[in-house]
Design a protein around this ligand. Structure first.
Ligand SMILES: *Cc1c(COP(=O)(O)O)cnc(C)c1O
Length: 390
């Protein structure tokens, strides 16, 4: 096997590129997680995370992939047979729905076309029809990573409020947190689910729940069994700076470093603007190529990634394979229903103009090599946009 020269381009929409200084922050002796220095680290990362979630309430860190934090949100707040409302925005919404079913919840899964986000009017209609308030929770994926569609959480909150329905509101921000504007408190979210390996620029292995007072209240009577995921034990230990079981110590060093970059050095608003700018440049490239953006509603375009449809009869995974072999770049595969039809460009996390330019060059050359019908000039359209919009 030959080893390619130069850097690999990891342009999947998560795990994203980890900055060298974050990797160096992890390269430290593991410390005693019950020792005196550890509490300082815990308090620092929890305080930083609250700023990222925009909450003054509790945030919890699990040594787990995002899927664990999904499960935690459900087992801490709900009881067997509870009704929940979910929307088929794409692959990740479908997976979360699967967990809810596995846990014995009764899911009303509203079908979708994988090209739109959650329709606030549909949320209002479903909740209004539920006169007896049997629906216990509404669960939404903020940024659907399989489609590049971002649902409008504040509008969904307004829709819930317009009905006066008391359901809990849970949001998956695994691919939006620290990439796309998100406000746990202001948008009245009860449980926000997050993960380390996308906008937070960390390796996989940590996931989060941000919890409202209402969700914490619900956790006191929730009857689904929980042990590893139990919030009460975690919150109690965290208050003193510790964890009920071994935390992922070295990933917490990495988290401390990435929070410093996001909050103290770059600033979240600038980070969000950078993501939107790279997303727009990418879309200009796609349009110039004559290809189709999967997301149909411009108000729901994702800042984290762009999913691109290939013309009928062309295999997106073959294009990805050509690009990997020739240019040493990984692009996101089509997931679930859109497998083989779309590929995804991740433009999230630790990313800049020249990395985007390199990424788009790899795609444009790959389209030629794979003999997919397209027009040249996508890269130029993106570069013009970047140069004109500093
Ligand atoms: C990546 C992702 C997940 C899955 O997280 P894992 O860490 O793979 O368990 C869930 N939801 C969304 C929106 C994601 O992007």
């Amino acid at each position: 096997m030959s080893i390619p020269a130069g850097r690999h381009f990891l342009q999947i929409p998560g795990p994203s590129n980890v900055p060298d200084r974050v990797l160096r922050a992890m390269d430290m002796p593991t410390m005693d997680h019950r020792g005196p220095e550890f509490a300082q680290l815990t308090h620092e990362v929890l305080n930083g995370l609250k700023q990222v979630f925009k909450t003054s309430a509790d945030v919890i860190i699990f040594p787990a992939s995002g899927t664990g934090a999904w499960e935690s949100a459900l087992v801490n707040t709900l009881s067997p047979g509870d009704r929940v409302l979910m929307f088929e925005t794409g692959h990740f919404a479908t997976l979360w729905q699967g967990i809810a079913k596995d846990l014995g919840l009764e899911v009303d899964f509203v079908p979708g076309d994988w090209r739109h986000g959650v329709d606030p009017d549909a949320v209002a209609a479903k909740l209004s029809a539920d006169e007896k308030h049997e629906i216990r929770a509404v669960m939404v994926v903020h940024n659907e990573t399989s489609t590049g569609v971002t649902s409008q959480i504040s509008k969904i909150r307004e829709a819930i409020d317009s009905t006066g329905h008391p359901a809990l509101f849970m949001v998956d921000t695994i691919s939006s947190l620290a990439s796309i504007d998100y406000r746990h408190d202001e948008w009245g979210v009860d449980v926000t689910v997050g993960g380390s390996q996308k906008g937070l620029m960390l390796p996989p292995g940590l996931s989060f729940n941000a919890i409202s007072a209402k969700a914490l209240q619900a956790s006191k009577t929730a009857a689904l069994p929980s042990s590893y995921w139990n919030w009460q034990a975690m919150i109690k230990a965290n208050a003193t700076g510790y964890f009920p079981y071994t935390p992922a110590t070295n990933l917490l060093y990495a988290l401390r470093e990435s929070l410093k970059m996001l909050l103290d050095e770059q600033g979240l608003d600038k980070v969000f603007a950078r993501h939107q700018r790279h997303a727009e440049a990418t879309r200009r490239a796609v349009r110039a190529w004559g290809l189709e953006i999967l997301c149909l509603n411009p108000e729901e375009y994702s800042g984290s990634l762009t999913a691109i449809l290939l013309p009928d009869g062309h295999d997106a995974d073959r294009l990805r394979q050509v690009i990997l072999e020739r240019y040493n770049m990984s692009l996101g595969t089509g997931l679930g229903k859109v497998q083989g039809r779309v590929f995804r460009i991740g433009h999230l996390g630790d990313f800049n103009d020249l990395m985007l330019a390199g990424t788009l060059c790899g795609v444009e050359m790959g389209l030629s090599v794979a003999q997919i019908p397209f027009s040249k000039g996508g890269v130029n359209a993106a570069l013009d946009y970047l140069a004109d919009n500093l």
